[in-house]
Design a protein around this ligand. Structure first.
Ligand SMILES: Cc1cc2nc3c(=O)[nH]c(=O)nc-3n(C[C@H](O)[C@H](O)[C@H](O)COP(=O)(O)OP(=O)(O)OC[C@H]3O[C@@H](n4cnc5c(N)ncnc54)[C@H](O)[C@@H]3O)c2cc1C
Length: 468
């Protein structure tokens, strides 16, 4: 234990044993005698997908900012991933990304990224957690309610339904409960039943459909990329395709359709969808590759942000984290990294609490404010991109169209411009703030280009080769 590992109690409970729950448990284990993760699913020993994380069948990547937090909590984690089979890539040099109607430049970025399936990532986190004797993972334990003190001002534990639900519910006590149960979080409902208000919500209906399967890559000596992302250009194209390298020398391929334009799950339809993308490169890559799995589908109806940071009354002893606060269009794949950065804020806050009096009653306020600042960035990127489609249902802010006008032009400049591409990637990886888009040199580049012409040059339609 380090000097900053202040002790706040005997027992903390985390609801949900996915990425948010596991990282949170690790932080809490420094401040509580015991931490229990209650997970509804039967948790596999290996890296099999599971019911509670259906998005695990689809492409997933962790960005540098998120991986840095994970490495901080589990030293050497990313190196272990590489040793155990993750594919290590330079995020720009080895990525072919068609976006906003142009192929991005492919500079050597120094942004090392690790590519694997989501269940593989989780299995490796669980393996590290198991060596922490303070933490216990109870699988097949569903949390069905919160326990409170008589005045309902403090959460004192949870009501749990163990196993298949045939037995009686149990009462598990804890000084702190953290809800990391994802998008389906019941906290708003539980708060209401305790006479608190539900958090205000911002919702954007995007109706995105995913269809994914694994492939054995086709052989192609001329292939100079490891990752491909081919985005449809709004507002005309609603179709996107991803090819991610994963453990075992396979590809995980996801096709994505916005606004109910979901990809099909049969072999023929899958290839037809690939053929309908804006550029042929994705189809060309998968057409001769060997499918290894059936197609799994997933529907993502809406971006949703539950604004706990705006609540004036909230019980002590309870926090909410990760997708249970906000879940946004995975177009930029930032959910897990955002989750990790929220956990990092929790770590910093706990370490700055005065020793001796437990966690202050208004701790939630500071935490939710900090979490909201983390969420601001991926929310902005995801929702700006959603609003490029006029059909997106949700409140457009006054500046939305102006910001989109500017951002689309920045994205177009990523073709053939290493520096702007690097800036975009650093923002994506949570290394720079989005204000970096407004660096005077980028504003100048956008404006001078706008004055010269408004269309991308024809050359940007060609995929840039990477000669190393
Ligand atoms: C198709 C798709 C692709 C994505 N791609 C990316 C990507 O490339 N990169 C990225 O960073 N993010 C991506 N995301 C987002 C990412 O999956 C989420 O942000 C992330 O999983 C959030 O983690 P979490 O721990 O908060 O919640 P979840 O992962 O949703 O986990 C919640 C856990 O709580 C458990 N649970 C639920 N209710 C209870 C209960 N009552 N009692 C006990 N346990 C309970 C569930 O079983 C589950 O294990 C993607 C999302 C989707 C939908």
């Amino acid at each position: 234990m380090s000097e900053s590992d202040r002790q706040f109690g005997k027992h903390a409970i985390v609801i949900g044993g996915s990425i948010g729950g596991m990282l949170t448990a690790r932080v809490l284990s420094r401040h509580f005698d015991r931490v229990t993760i209650l997970e509804r699913d039967a948790v596999p020993d290996d890296s099999a997908p599971r019911k509670g994380v259906p998005q695990g069948y689809h492409v997933h990547v962790v960005f540098s900012g998120g991986m840095k937090v994970i490495d901080g909590l589990f030293p050497g984690f990313s190196d272990e991933l590489a040793v155990r089979g993750s594919v290590v890539c330079d995020f720009a040099k080895e990525l072919c990304w068609y976006h906003a109607g142009v192929w991005k430049a492919r500079p050597e970025s120094g942004l090392t990224s690790y590519w694997q399936t989501r269940p593989f990532l989780e299995a490796n986190l669980r393996r590290r957690l198991k060596s922490d004797t303070t933490i216990r993972i109870c699988s097949e334990h569903s949390v069905v309610g919160l326990l409170t003190d008589p005045g309902k001002t403090r959460i004192t534990g949870v009501e749990v339904r163990p196993g298949d639900g045939d037995g009686a519910n149990e009462r598990w006590e804890a000084e702190l409960v953290v809800d990391a149960s994802g998008r389906g979080s019941q906290t708003p409902k539980w708060l209401e039943s305790l006479n608190y208000q539900r958090p205000e919500e911002t919702i954007l209906e995007v109706n995105i459909g995913y269809a994914s399967r694994d492939y054995e890559p086709s052989h192609d000596d001329s292939r100079d990329w490891k990752i491909m992302a081919l985005y449809g250009t709004p507002p005309n194209s609603t179709r996107t395709g991803y090819i991610f390298p994963i453990e075992g020398g396979r590809w995980r391929v996801s096709e994505v359709g916005f606004l109910n334009d979901s990809p099909p799950n049969d072999d023929e339809g899958y290839l037809e969808f690939a053929q309908s993308l804006e550029r042929p490169d994705f189809y060309e890559a998968i057409k001769d590759a060997k499918p290894l799995t059936p197609v799994s589908t997933f529907k993502f109806p809406a971006d949703k942000w539950r604004h706990y940071e705006k609540m004036s009354r909230f019980p002590a002893g309870l926090l909410v984290i990760g997708d249970a606060i906000a879940t946004f269009n995975p177009v930029y794949g930032q959910g897990m990294s955002a989750c990790a950065l929220e956990v990092e804020e929790l770590r910093r806050l706990l370490e700055s609490c005065p020793e001796g009096n437990g966690i202050p009653a208004n701790f939630y306020r500071s935490f939710f404010r900090r979490a909201a600042k983390v969420i601001d960035v991926p929310w902005l990127l995801a929702t700006q991109s959603d609003f490029l489609y006029p059909q997106t249902q949700g409140k457009r802010l006054l500046h939305t169209n102006a910001l989109n006008w500017y951002l689309v032009r920045v994205l177009r400049l990523c073709s053939g411009n290493d520096r702007i591409t690097q800036t975009f990637y650093e923002i994506l990886h949570f290394i720079k703030k989005p204000t970096a888009f407004f660096h005077p040199s980028i504003v100048w580049a956008v404006m001078s280009r706008f004055i010269r012409m408004s269309q991308p040059p024809e050359s940007s339609k060609q995929r840039p080769a990477r000669i190393s």
